[in-house]
Structures are given as C-alpha cells and as structure tokens.
Design a protein around this ligand. Structure first.
Ligand SMILES: C[S@@+](CC[C@H](N)C(=O)[O-])C[C@H]1O[C@@H](n2cnc3c(N)ncnc32)[C@H](O)[C@@H]1O
Length: 320
C-alpha cells in the first residue's frame, strides 16, 4: 500500500490521541504520528529449529530488499512494499522464517533464556515468543506454555509444531492460577500480558481500534495485576520475570508494576539487555501528578515507528 495523505485519513480516537500527548516524549512525537498513517516495514527472523541455514535465509531475504538488523543475528527488516511477497514466501510457510515484530522479539532478548532452564510462558498464544524462547534454548530445557482460550490454545499448538518446537509443554489453563499450583518452580517467567492492544492501531484501518475504550484499559489492568502476582509466585528465588504489553497506557504498564513493587521488597527492576537499537523511551517517572517507583525508569517503552510497534518491557529479578 502506498503512503497516503494523512489529512485524508480518519483521526485516532480522541482519548488515545490525548494518551499519546501524555506519554510520547516531544522529540519522538512526529515519528509516532507518522507511524499511524503509513504502512509498516515487516521484521522477520530466521528460525534455526527448521534446519534451513542462516545463509540460505539471508539470500532469500536479500531478494526482497531486506536489511539485517544490527546487533542481532538472523533478524531482518523488510520494506512494506515487499510484505505480501514475504508473507507468501515458501520459507515463511515452512516455518524457517517467522514474521515477528522487533519489539516482540525484544521481550525474549530481555528474558535471556539459557539452555537447560525451566521457563514459564504464562500467556502464550499464538506462540511467537514461545517459539523464540525454544530457538534460544535450541530445544534444550523446558517451556511450560499456558493459554486459557481454547481456539488460541490450538493455534499455539499448531504454530509450535510448524516451527519445530519440541521442548514446550502446553497447558489449557487460566494463568492466574499457575503460581498457586507450582510456586517457586521456574528459572524465568515471561508474562506477555493480554492487553488493550493499542499497538495495532492504524489510521489506514479504523477497525483496528473498534474494540478499544478506556474501560477496556481498566479491565486489562485488573487482569494483568492478577497474572503478575501469579507469575511472581511461580518464579524461583533469584529468577527473572519479564513483563510486557503491547499497550501504551500507563495503567497497563508502569502502574501495574508500581503497585507490585510497593507491596513486595524482594523484587527489583533490572536494566534490559538491549542488543539492537529500537526507538524507545525509559519507563515513566510519574503519572497523574504522582511519582512512580524510581526503578520503573529502567523499563523501556518501545515507540511506534515506521518499523516498530508500541511495546512496554520490564525485567524484574526476585531476590535469591
Ligand atoms: C499478548 S497475547 C500473547 C502473545 C504471545 N506471547 C506471543 O508472543 O505470541 C496474550 C494472550 O493471553 C491470553 N490470556 C487471556 N487471559 C489469560 C489468562 N487469564 N491467563 C493466561 N493467558 C491469558 C490471551 O488469550 C492471549 O492469547
């Protein structure tokens, strides 16, 4: 799709535009505004679990005009104009290449799973991050992947099979119950929480925000708080918890963590391993005139741009 005249496109919902005013640093505002009015470049990664070499994948992608992302092996940015050809590419169909946003991959880079570890993926479908964790583990170790929505659970199962993941056990379960069932069990926990999905907004398709409302943000925040407590309970002492959302609302990001950090003194927010430069800002220092826990400035807000979607990431360590 070609670039369109932004003035001719429908405006973002007013409440969301006000949120952007409040959370996007002024120096990034023009980039963020533009990102809602243009088709985005795709990001794709090599999936080493399918037996296709990195060199072969690189050759196929060069033909689509792809550029490798600096700092991370086997990840490319593909121009928006080639997105359809990429989506239909045989290497994508066979699971040797996987289209996955850079910010979404950054959640796994920051989790930093190590071969042999026990990992919990507490909100797993459709499985993009589970599959990247498995790739990082080279299928050595164990992933417990939890998803309560039946249709999404079966999609998760099919995706992991297609991507050659053999180290994951899948659980059709409510993640809020997991911590109580298996306390202090996992070396690392990923909570890529269900959220109001603000990252999907585009003015090229107003249906992208049809289901969004401030009320949905509040409902998401309540579920996230319960899932986060379950995630902390399931984590071993000394373990790492990566919390992420694809929402820009502080209610779903810093505020959920702020409440948790104020009620427990065994959690610290760590700087994020950040191998590839993505457009990002630190976590907020204050909201609604109230200061937030100072550790939260170590979180990262990935900003919407020509090639990234909005994403919030925070890495927590439980005292050993
Ligand atoms: C943001 S998506 C996860 C995306 C996934 N991590 C990936 O990278 O492909 C959030 C998921 O949480 C699931 N979910 C909703 N309620 C949940 C709950 N109570 N416990 C666990 N997962 C839940 C949703 O169905 C959805 O599949």
């Amino acid at each position: 799709m070609d670039r369109q005249d932004p003035d001719a496109l429908p405006p973002l919902p007013a409440a969301f535009a006000a949120l952007l005013d409040a959370v996007i640093p002024p120096e990034h505002r023009a980039m963020v505004e533009a990102s809602y009015a243009e088709p985005k470049d795709a990001v794709v990664r090599h999936n080493p679990l399918q037996g296709v070499s990195l060199a072969h994948a690189a050759e196929a992608l060069a033909a689509l005009g792809a550029e490798p992302l600096p700092g991370v092996e086997g990840v490319w940015r593909v121009p928006a104009a080639a997105r359809e050809r990429l989506t239909r590419h045989p290497l994508v169909e066979q699971g040797a290449l996987y289209i996955q946003g850079a910010a979404s991959q950054a959640a796994v880079w920051a989790l930093d799973p190590q071969p042999g570890e026990d990992i919990l993926d507490l909100a797993a479908a459709p499985g993009g991050k589970t599959a990247l964790i498995a790739a990082r583990l080279a299928n050595r170790g164990r992933i417990a992947a939890v998803e309560p929505v039946r249709a999404r659970f079966f999609r998760l199962k099919a995706n992991l099979q297609r991507l050659g993941v053999t180290c994951a056990q899948l659980y059709l379960k409510d993640g809020t119950q997991v911590g109580r069932l298996v306390p202090q069990r996992f070396d690392r926990v990923l909570l890529d929480a269900p959220c109001s999905s603000e990252a999907q907004f585009t003015r090229l398709d107003p249906a992208s925000w049809a289901h969004w409302s401030p009320r949905k943000v509040r409902a998401s925040a309540a579920l996230q708080a319960r899932l986060l407590r379950s995630a902390v309970q399931a984590l071993k002492p000394g373990g790492v918890l990566l919390y992420s959302t694809c929402s820009l609302s502080p209610q779903e990001d810093e505020l959920v963590l702020d409440a948790l950090l104020r009620e427990r003194d065994d959690l610290t927010v760590e700087p994020l391993p950040w191998p590839c430069p993505l457009p990002a800002a630190p976590g907020l220092a204050a909201w609604d005139g109230q200061p937030l826990h100072p550790d939260l400035q170590r979180a990262r807000r990935v900003l919407p741009s020509r090639w990234t979607d909005a994403f919030f990431l925070a890495r927590l360590r439980k005292a050993g």
